[in-house]
Design a protein around this ligand. Sequence first.
Ligand SMILES: [Zn+2]
Length: 124
Amino acid sequence: MSDIKYVSVPNAYNKEPDGWREITEGEFAQSMFFTYHPVSHEYRQIIQGNEPVISAKMFNMHDGTGVAMSSDYWDKKVRYYAYGCQHEWGGKLTDEEKNVKLFRCDHVYKCKKCGFFQVVDSSD
Ligand SMILES: [Zn+2]
């Protein structure tokens, strides 16, 4: 099994997580936010140079990635962000991963970049 590098880093309340990027409302609409439950929530006030502080409500997902929302109170707008690895499936499986018992409709995914490994039952 892979070691997932979780994005939660203690005492990083003013730092953006790895892979932090602004996404469109459309990308957020198609994100895991609406198909999975986050494993944890976080709130950070992210400071990037001289840019205004981003007050981010973050939703950490099971695969080490996440999505976040930040409101601009005075402008009455919401900005959307994603973070973590942008997985690229097709990574080489370890012997242990090759031996995972699979059932009908199970699909194996392994990220080439971060090593995240999961089995998804497509019959759900
Ligand atoms: Zn990945």
